[in-house]
Ligand binder design. Structure first.
Ligand SMILES: *Cc1c(COP(=O)(O)O)cnc(C)c1O
Length: 232
């Protein structure tokens, strides 16, 4: 077994154990491989090992690997910061854009999807730690944005995504996960037209078990599958 296959299998076990400990059904937490900075071969190995989806951060990198058919066999998500002028490359190619952080971006996505005659699924990214350097809408603004997008053709909000403050910097990370859970439960109890809030995407290599304990049903894991990324 390759290292990637071993890691995916072990991570899947940990995900299922965390889900069970939280009283949740087997298979109820989606395992997204965060594939940034990994080549097509690594992506294919992760898919073969059974991850539920691949998530990319950069449009250019996604397009290159897409051309190499790296994602065959798994849904593709976009999870990184997205500029409006790059939206046209993603809509229709990716199953889920997890990182919608403004009304303008959402409107651009909707417009492109309308042109293609499709509906693009998205998550609203929430800046739950209200960090200056992070993208995402303010937690207090998520409700209004979802309500506004609910009537719009071409886009469907499926839930919320967050990257909380780094666990190494803040040992009380579960505080932010709990805040996200509360926000998510809040959104679910509201009835928006045309919106079914069902995804809560949070948890990465260092904290996915905590995130699952706090209600996450989609984790995005990179370095624990592929090893540390070497930034040059
Ligand atoms: C890289 C990345 C991840 C995965 O991070 P790891 O710590 O490597 O697991 C998850 N979500 C987003 C948005 C990322 O950019």
């Amino acid at each position: 077994m390759s290292a990637i296959a071993e890691n995916v299998a072990f991570l899947r076990e940990r995900i299922e154990r965390a889900a069970a400990a939280a009283g949740r059904a087997p298979g109820s937490v989606a395992f997204v491989a965060a594939t940034k900075m990994n080549g097509a071969d690594n992506v294919r190995a992760a898919i073969a090992a059974g991850v539920d989806a691949c998530g990319e951060n950069r449009v250019q990198e996604l397009l290159e690997k897409y051309e190499q058919s790296a994602y065959t066999g798994a849904p593709l998500h976009f999870i990184g910061g997205l500029q409006k002028n790059k939206v046209k490359y993603l809509v229709g190619k990716v199953e889920l854009i997890q990182s919608v952080d403004s009304r303008e971006l959402a409107l651009t996505i909707a417009k492109k999807a309308q042109q293609l005659g499709i509906t693009q699924n998205v998550l609203i990214e929430v800046n739950i730690g209200r960090e200056e350097a992070k993208s995402g809408v303010d937690p207090d603004a998520a409700d209004e944005l979802i309500a506004e997008l609910s009537g719009l053709e071409g886009i469907r909000v499926k839930g919320l995504m967050a990257i909380p403050p780094n666990i190494e910097l803040d040992p009380k990370n579960s505080v932010y996960f709990e805040k996200m859970r509360n926000l998510y439960v809040d959104m679910r109890t509201k009835k928006y037209d045309n919106v079914n809030v069902e995804i809560l995407s949070m948890g990465m290599s260092g904290d996915f078990e905590t995130a699952i304990a706090c209600g996450s049903n989609m984790v995005r894991i990179g370095s624990a599958i592929f090893g540390p990324r070497i930034y040059r």
